[in-house]
Design a binder for this molecule. Structure first.
Ligand SMILES: [Zn+2]
Length: 173
């Protein structure tokens, strides 16, 4: 009799532990990045020269992918990968000239190290903040503005919580 009581207490203890742990599991699943992210077209010709998550000298993992070309190749066009609205056409010392697009699926794409300045992009490609751009629309040419040693496109995708996703998962490259 005593043994049966001890056994059922052990089972009850496991049930209590499970009840306490289970809600945190379901919370973790809710916090995961959204699964309904659409795939996009390749934003430029060339090939991946640096992958997402690759360790970088300053100790920060690579937030996106780099699409590069051979030194002798002419810089190709940079096109919209996923349709959306232009949030920002800007420039800084790290990203160089960049275009940031709020994609229709809720993610944000940023195209970095672009040719020219925000002013020349707006003038030459007839685009601006708030404009809708469809997949394949040309927004600039590849270049090496900002912190970059050679012509390449640094392309990132962020989810609604600003978490960087692996763009290669949505490009089929
Ligand atoms: Zn990069």
């Amino acid at each position: 009799m005593n043994i049966i009581k001890k056994k059922s207490f052990k089972i009850l203890r496991w049930i209590i532990i499970f009840i306490l742990i289970f809600p945190s599991f379901s919370y973790m699943q809710m916090a995961a990045p959204p699964a309904n992210i659409s795939s996009g077209i390749n934003p430029s010709s060339g090939w991946i020269t640096s992958t997402y998550g690759e360790p970088r000298p300053p100790g920060k993992p690579h937030t996106g992918i780099d699409i590069g070309i051979r030194r002798e190749d002419l810089p190709p066009d940079v096109s919209v990968s996923k349709e959306g609205y232009i949030m920002e056409i800007g420039g800084d010392a790290i990203r160089g000239t960049y275009v940031k697009i709020k994609n229709r699926d809720g993610t944000i794409s940023t195209y970095c190290h672009l040719d020219g300045t925000p002013t020349t992009i707006k003038r030459d490609y007839q685009i601006g903040e708030g404009y809708y751009v469809g997949p394949g629309a040309t927004i600039c040419k590849m270049d090496c503005t900002g912190h970059s040693s050679c012509n390449h496109l640094h392309y990132t995708i962020q989810d609604e919580y600003s978490y960087f996703l692996n763009p290669a998962d949505y490009l089929g490259m």
